[in-house]
Write a protein that binds this ligand. Sequence first.
Ligand SMILES: [Cu+2]
Length: 248
Amino acid sequence: MRKYLFPLTSLAMLAACGAALADAPITNWLQNPVTPLAEAVRADFWNNFWLTLPFLLIPQIVLVLVIFKFRASLGHAAATWHENPKLEFVWTAIPVLTLILVAIPAYSVLVKMEVPPKSDLVVEVIGHQFFWEYRYPRYGVIISNEPLVVPANKVVTINATSVDVIHAWWVPAFGVKQDANPGRISHAWFSAREGRYKGQCAELCGTLHGEMLIDVNVLPQADFDNWIKARMPADTTGASATSTSREP
Ligand SMILES: [Cu+2]
């Protein structure tokens, strides 16, 4: 009985881990995507997961089988042969092919991220130690230390920068994580479904880095128009505030 103790304990531990994971909602470790970009990132994640999973499983399974099947106590002598060009060719070609299958869709997601479509709204995101400032240049509105408000299902372009050190504007549900560098403007974009979303500065920027939280309220267009009108400086409220017209 004692010789089965180790394999049996291992199996019991594996089963316990499996049961614990099966109960945990997947959103605990990967937030649900609410933008086309985040959906593309998620699809790419699963593509890579399934493509690379066999490389983890097959060698481990073969290793365990070989250890048991060819063990010395069954009378097996150690193998003395080496080199097998055919086998080496196959186990080089399969990873190369897999890497190509990983790279092609990943590159197309990268291009999608880097090249924003024509934007409906431009927001300037400015990182400070230790808060976020948001500017809506089209409306002359500047806010800080409060949620970013944007219209739903519209292309929002983020121009990110910083006044001090490197920060990063990260909202997982949007599939957006963009560095905000001092002296440089970097770009990101999203088109989100209605809702409230959370994020966090993703670049260690000092003692209160952990307090640089991000809240985004994605409102229906009409609600966004009302919100922005209420925030506009008095001398510009007479101007047209229809945010559906496209930004240059
Ligand atoms: Cu930070």
